[in-house]
Design a protein. Structure first.
Length: 434
């Protein structure tokens, strides 16, 4: 039967622990990714790709960043399969160790000046392992929460793991910013390693928390009834192809926009507007902190009006706001920079991602829910999140520093997302046991 917070205290405690564990694990995933993205935008072009001019070095650094997204679909297949076969909990521990271990090892890597071409090769390999673990991390975290949540609060609870994304970005910006206060020589010599090594602490906390969790009642019920399928990937394509295709289209927008608003924007502000990196980093920290309010707010709203209206509204706001957003940045006035990031990141992007989590979790049958969610979320990663910063930089170069091509790219992504969600199912009232 469905879980209710009015049930026994141990059930309520399990729900709270599951939510907290999901937030910590997701924070680890996105701490890894945003830390790498920030380093790629500002530092790795010097330390690991120094044989090229500044713009080409930045493109190569973002190229290594994109590798992680190209292996995420493989991770979604591998760990999604395991999640539907052996359970959500075990897979979540494996993916957390794989992601966090890779990030920690990045902090120990030799640079190009030390070992030559082996430096970018080793960096890229670790980035690939990061992506492999990330291919199913968020899906599992959301499923653990949603499958425990009361039916009328699945939007609110399902969105809450995304607060870990905000926490991960905030931690990466804070630790990177703190380390960068060292002298330029000390920061480029050893200071940049500190944020990567600190990921070991978050991994340890996450593993401890996840080890205390129980498997979800829905998965245990499937095991008891011998309903666990042998080939989840095949079953997803057989029984849920249309929802899967709609999810892929929807993911093109929010995934790409997240990295344009929170990674490409660093390059644009520092290299094109010639402003201090600390200015945009502080503004990003502000817009991210606001998401601790907007994420549960829009998750709650999706419980009231449905997943699709909230998702579509976020896509449309993104498409309409992108031209004013760049105009605000060009003023170089702090107030407008903060307003712009609040609009596109704290509101528009967060509306999409908050509604997306419960939407994807409810979209697939229980027997293939982990695989379906992971495939829906990660198969488009290479062409959305993975290369989105590279496409934006290339479009910026095409416009000789003008942003109109980047803006049109964002508008196109927003339209694709809105249409895909419109064609998809409304899932708010579905029975998760089926």
């Amino acid at each position: 039967m469905e879980i209710s917070l009015t049930q026994a205290p141990e059930v309520r405690q399990a729900v709270r622990t599951t939510i907290f564990s999901a937030i910590i694990g997701t924070a680890m995933e996105w701490y890894d990714y945003y830390l790498y993205a920030t380093a790629a935008a500002t530092l790795f072009n010097k330390l690991f790709f120094p044989s090229y001019d500044h713009l080409i070095g930045t493109l190569l650094a973002f190229g290594s960043f994109a590798i992680g997204f190209f292996v995420r679909p493989l991770g979604s297949v591998l760990f999604g399969h395991l999640g539907d076969r052996i359970g959500r909990k075990k897979v979540l521990i494996i993916t957390l160790l794989l992601m966090g271990g890779s990030t920690t090892l990045m902090g120990l890597l030799p640079t190009y000046a030390m070992v030559g071409v082996w430096a970018p090769i080793l960096l890229t390999v670790l980035r690939a392992f990061q992506g492999l673990g990330s291919g199913a991390e968020y899906a599992g975290a959301v499923l653990m929460v949603v499958e425990y949540a009361p039916p009328k609060k699945r939007g609110l609870y399902g969105a809450m793991p995304y607060m870990g994304v905000a926490l991960g970005l905030l931690m990466s910006l804070a630790t990177f910013s703190a380390s960068s206060h060292l002298s330029q020589g000390a920061f480029e010599d050893w200071g940049w390693r500190i944020p990567f090594l600190l990921s070991a602490v978050v991994v340890a906390l996450g593993v401890i928390l996840r080890s205390t969790l129980n498997e979800t009642p829905i998965f245990l019920e499937m095991q008891h009834k011998h309903e666990v399928v042998k080939a989840p990937v095949k079953e997803v394509f057989r029984s849920s192809l249309r929802p899967l295709l709609c999810a892929w289209g929807a993911r093109l927008g929010d995934n790409s926009l997240a990295y344009i608003y929170e990674s490409f924007v660093i390059v644009y502000v520092t290299q094109q507007l010639h402003m201090q990196r600390s200015v945009i980093v502080t503004a990003l920290m502000f817009s991210t902190a606001v998401q601790f309010i907007t994420v549960p707010l829009f998750g709650w709203l999706s419980d009231k009006v449905g997943r699709k209206p909230v998702y579509i509204a976020g896509a449309l706001i993104s498409g309409c706001a992108i031209f004013p957003f760049f105009l605000m940045l060009k003023t170089k006035e702090l107030i407008w920079i903060y307003v712009g990031l609040f609009l596109v990141s704290s509101v528009a992007k967060t509306m999409m991602t908050s509604a997306q989590s419960p939407w994807l979790a409810e979209m697939f049958p229980a027997r293939v829910r982990y695989t379906g969610f992971a495939l829906a979320r990660e198969v488009t990663s290479p062409i959305s999140g993975g290369i989105a910063p590279m496409i934006a930089i290339a479009l910026l170069a095409l416009g000789n520093g003008a942003t109109h091509w980047v803006s049109l790219y964002v508008v196109a992504l927003a339209v694709i997302t809105a249409v895909s969600v419109l064609l998809g199912p409304e899932t708010r009232d579905r029975d998760l046991r089926l």
